[in-house]
Design a protein around this ligand. Structure first.
Ligand code: NAD
Length: 282
């Protein structure tokens, strides 16, 4: 780990050790925490950190000039085969690395927080990123037990934060208009929507919740969703061709001929989570 701040350098390994202890207590590690800690080293010297690195995961503060400077230095120092990945939540790799001689090995690899528990990591290449860079990042994250998702276009804030942002925007409107108390709004998500989303995503929820799947759901809710979007100044009706495209994808993942089994599976997954939750709170 490269860390320019002396104070942070002094506490980093200890912070990792604490997290590893927690993960170990839940049986989530394959190795003893001490064995993992023994592989860590912290330095304030960038070239020392880059020496022999296969993949760099840049996690510096969210500032364009800072990241541009850091990538310039890394591109000059790192071996030509090293992948340079930024964790940035809102800055594309095009903006960070377009001017670099080694820009083909640069990519955005955006994790969710905490990255040691959220498996999804969004890979967002720039048009200049080499396909081999995407492949090796995908392989590395998969090998580490993570779930790399490829974002097909360089879009501001990627998918994770766009979805989160849409929900937060509406949440703040509902609180602003005194429709609901903030604590109750949080409960609607943590005890309601997110429970289902911890098993299947929102498109699959629409498919399994309604007899006739998402096409039927669009039939009786699509117009209402379009209307509430308009209320917020967003004119994105549920277009039937898009719904159809999603329905075809859902059919391949959740064949309608096995609908009852899939609903039962979803409920059992939720039961498993609920039972674990009750066991832990005993
Ligand atoms: N926190 C999140 O939820 C989250 C999630 C996904 C992605 N990210 C992204 O990860 C990056 C880091 O976010 P964070 O919340 O961990 O920030 P943070 O402020 O907690 O940590 C940043 C670290 O970078 C160090 N640093 C400062 N200047 C540096 C430099 N010039 N070179 C290298 N390191 C430097 C700091 O000392 C600090 O240890 C951001 O780009 C952010 O968008 C954050």
């Amino acid at each position: 780990m490269f860390e320019p701040e002396v104070r942070r350098r002094g506490v980093l390994v200890e912070e990792v050790e604490v997290r590893l202890g927690e993960l170990d207590a839940f049986g989530l590690l394959d190795e003893a925490p001490a064995e993992i800690v023994a592989r860590l080293a912290v330095t304030g010297d960038l070239s020392e950190a880059l020496d022999g690195a296969v993949h760099v995961q840049e996690c510096a503060p969210e500032s364009l000039p800072l990241k541009v400077d850091l990538f310039e230095r890394m591109d000059a120092l790192a071996d030509a085969a090293t992948t340079l990945a930024s964790s940035s939540s809102s800055i594309t790799v095009s903006r960070i690395a377009a001017g670099l001689p080694g820009r083909a090995r640069c990519i955005l690899a955006h994790p969710g927080n905490p990255p040691y528990l959220i498996r999804v990591v969004e890979l967002a290449p720039a048009p200049f990123t080499a396909p081999g860079t995407v492949d090796s990042a995908r392989e590395l994250f998969s090998g580490a037990g993570m779930l790399p998702i490829e974002v097909r276009q360089e879009i501001d804030c990627l998918v994770f934060n766009r979805l989160q942002g849409a929900l937060l925007r509406e949440a703040l409107c509902l609180v602003r208009d005194e429709v609901v108390a903030p604590a109750d709004l949080d409960l609607v998500v943590s005890e309601g929507l997110a429970r289902r989303w911890s098993v299947i995503g929102p498109l699959a929820v629409a498919e399994l919740n309604t007899r006739g799947g998402i096409v039927a759901h669009a039939g009786f809710m699509g117009r209402a969703y379009g209307r509430i979007g308009m209320e917020r100044g967003q004119d994105d009706p549920w277009a039937s061709d898009v719904v159809q495209r999603v329905a075809e994808d859902l059919e391949s993942r959740f064949p309608s001929s096995r609908r009852d089994d899939q609903v039962l599976w979803r409920d059992r997954e939720l039961m498993r989570l609920e039972s674990e939750r009750r066991r832990r709170s005993d």
